[in-house]
Structures are given as C-alpha cells and as structure tokens.
Write a protein that binds this ligand. Structure first.
Ligand code: SF4
Length: 398
C-alpha cells in the first residue's frame, strides 16, 4: 500500500499565500480564550480551564495546527494536545515544574545552558513556541516571553561552550529554535561551527509538525551550511503527518539533514499500538527515524495526559516483532529530578547463569546463548589512541 499524506484543511477565508507563510501562521496564532472559542466549539471542561485557570500554562496554536483538530469533539487527539482542560488544574499525584531537574545549579552553569551529560549541552536560545503543548516538560522556562536570548547571555553561553573542551554536541532547544528568524539562526549556527570541539549540532523543534511551511528552501540551505546538523522533531500522531509536513521532512532529508522523531506517549492521544505503528511507518517512509517513545514527564497539570508505565510497556510489547528496528522508537523514561534517562526493552530472558542464558523470543521460540569458554580478556591493541579523547569528554562535567 502506498502511503498517502493529505493536505491540512485551509479555512476558506485564508489565502494560499497567507497559509504558506510561516510568519503569517505565527502572527495569526490562537492565543486567548476568545480565539479558541471562535475556532472551536469549546466543551465545558475546556471553558472551565480558561475561566478558572489564572495560572494556566500559556495557550497558543498556529491556525495550521488547529485545523488538524476536530472543531466539535474535545476528545480528538490533536485537540487534547493543544487545548487546555480543567484537569490541568486538579491536584496531581506528582506535579513538578522542572521534572528534568534542569535548574539545579550543577546542571545550569550559566543562563540558557543546561549541562546534564558530559559530552553535550542544551542551549535554550528562545523560550517562544508556536504551539504550547499541554504536556510540555519545560514549563519553568517555555513561554515566559523572553524571546531570543539577550546579547550578554548569548556571549556567556558561547564562552561556556568554548571553554568546555569535552563537549561534542550542542542541542539548540527552547522554546522552539525555529521560531527565530533565518538571520538569527544562521548567526548561532555559524558561531557554534567556529568552535573546534563541537562536532554535532542538533535542533529540537516542533515546527515541522505545527508550521511545516517554516521549512523553507532558504532555511534548509542555512542548516546544510553548518553540517552535520540533526533535526530532532516531535510528531505524536499519524494525523500530524500531512502533505505539508511530509514535504518539509523530505526537503530536510534531501538536503542531507537527518530527521529524528521523539514522540511522547499520551493518554487518549496515541497510547495504542496501532497508532504508534502508523506514525512510525509513515515517518520511516519519509526517511525520518522514529527515535524515542517517551514516557510523559510528571510536569505540572499533566496527570490526565500521562500513561502509566505499564500501559507504555504493553504498547511496546505489542509492537515488538511487528515493527522493524528502523521503525521502532526506543521507550524511554526520564527519571524525575534530573536522574537521566532509563530505557526499556521487553525481557525475553528466562534464566541466567555464568555459562549460558535462556530465552523465549517474542513469538515463542526457545533458545540458549552459551558463553565462550572463559579466556583471557584481550584489550584491543590500539585503544590508547582514543584514550585522550575519551578522558577529555568524561572530565567535561564536574
Ligand atoms: S513545542 Fe516543545 S517546548 Fe514548546 S510547548 Fe511544545 S513541548 Fe514544550
């Protein structure tokens, strides 16, 4: 079956030129109770969120993304991502403003830099997003209207990256780094490329999902000039993969920019094996690698959107053996309070001894893996060639 991607339904009062202009999409965003009420037939649970939620996390959606959601049914998966619900205001079981522990002093050496892992840093270059997802994990920072990083903070951040020689990757994040202008992005990429030890740059963005017209020819040429740059995007549901989104992904990949997708498992949105497989197969067909399937972080107001870990494990188990390794995203949980990631795979081991391990595979095959006869452990003769590099990376964090 050849996969098909449908255009998003453009409202009749919007011209094609407006619709295809990402700046127009941002300018025309739905940002208030009145905007949402004009666009959607709001359910009482959504009205209550707007009316009672003094401290409600920001609301915003591009008209493009809003057009993918049902106007009449508040249970629609995409609508659950972009419309606030009164359950955001309930006392949750675990509500953290900063579930990843990013604001701990040791992780946040200078403003806008999060240094959690030794070989890489997050560089938060803007706090603005074109859509505020209800499950956002970075509510402590996102949407505080600070916009593009101030000059003094930018210089401090660059200085930190320059002097931390063990760093190999910089992940541009926010907010959404592709909400800044082409000129601003080009400057950031060019400055990072001048730092010799920075090998990989990643851009974490939802723009291919919520405003795919942002992926212009000019933008991909700017990104390509700073290669190797990986684009980390964030599709959660197969209906987000429209013809416009497909074109954006293909434009990136055709210009040599690898695209990786990080989905979040969300209750009532995508927590079914059939939905995850449909999303993964379509992404792979477009040459975007399904990379992570995240357990939703316990960010404030997200209990109603979080799945249980057991629900997520069950989905993974159902997919195992029916999705190729290329199509299978890695189920991962960020341990709260900045404990780092932990991964899950279904456990097929039935017994373990020094001599052998016994398995029953996903479709019931019984087999053993027998260790070789114990022999002397042989160190590769040339490992010392790589030790200096390895030590530099290991010592870059604390
Ligand atoms: S695009 Fe990312 S950073 Fe912005 S609100 Fe959504 S999840 Fe949070």
């Amino acid at each position: 079956m050849k996969l098909k991607f449908e255009n998003a339904p453009r409202p009749s009062n919007v011209t094609q030129d407006q619709w295809q202009d990402w700046a127009w999409q941002l300018r025309s965003s739905l940002k208030s109770h009145a905007d949402y009420a004009a666009f959607f037939d709001l359910h009482q649970s959504e009205k209550n969120a707007f009316e009672k939620g003094q401290q409600l996390f920001n609301v915003r959606s591009t008209p493009y993304y809003a057009s993918l959601a049902s106007r009449t049914n508040h249970l629609d998966p995409i609508r659950r991502i972009l419309t606030p619900h009164e359950k955001e205001l309930y006392d949750p079981k675990q509500a953290q403003l900063d579930p990843l522990g990013e604001r701990k002093n040791s992780n946040n050496p200078v403003p806008r830099i999060i240094h959690r892992y030794s070989d890489r840093v997050l560089f938060l270059i803007t706090d603005i997003c074109s859509v505020y997802c209800r499950y956002c994990t970075r509510k402590h920072f996102t949407g505080a209207d600070q916009a593009f990083i101030k000059k003094s903070e930018y210089e401090q951040a660059l200085d930190y990256i320059k002097k931390t020689k063990g760093l190999r990757e910089v992940i541009l994040s926010g907010g959404d780094p592709l909400t800044i202008s082409d000129g601003q992005l080009e400057r950031v990429l060019t400055d990072l490329r001048k730092i010799e030890h920075v090998e990989i740059i990643r851009i974490g963005t939802r723009m291919p999902v919520v405003a795919p017209m942002r992926i212009t020819q000019n933008l991909v040429e700017i990104i390509r000039r700073s290669k190797p740059v990986f684009l980390m995007t964030h599709f959660n549901h197969p209906r987000e993969l429209t013809a416009e989104a497909a074109e954006a992904i293909e434009r990136l990949v055709d210009h040599g920019i690898p695209v990786m997708n990080q989905m979040v498992l969300l209750n009532g949105v995508n927590n079914h094996a059939a939905i995850v497989q449909a999303l993964s197969r379509r992404l792979l067909y477009l040459r975007a690698k399904p990379y992570y399937m995240f357990q939703c972080d316990p960010s404030i107001g997200t209990d109603y959107l979080r799945t249980t870990v057991e629900n997520s494990l069950q989905i993974q188990k159902e997919l195992w053996g029916h999705l190729s390794g290329l199509a299978m995203p890695q189920l991962s949980v960020d341990i709260p309070d900045g404990g780092g990631k932990t991964y899950y795979v279904p456990n097929f081991e039935k017994s373990v001894s020094l001599e052998k391990r016994e398995y029953v595979g996903w479709d019931g095959v019984h087999a053993e893996y027998i260790n070789p006869e114990p022999t002397e452990i042989v160190q590769p003769m040339d490992y010392e060639m790589y030790l200096a590099e390895w030590n530099e990376i290991r010592q870059s964090k604390n």
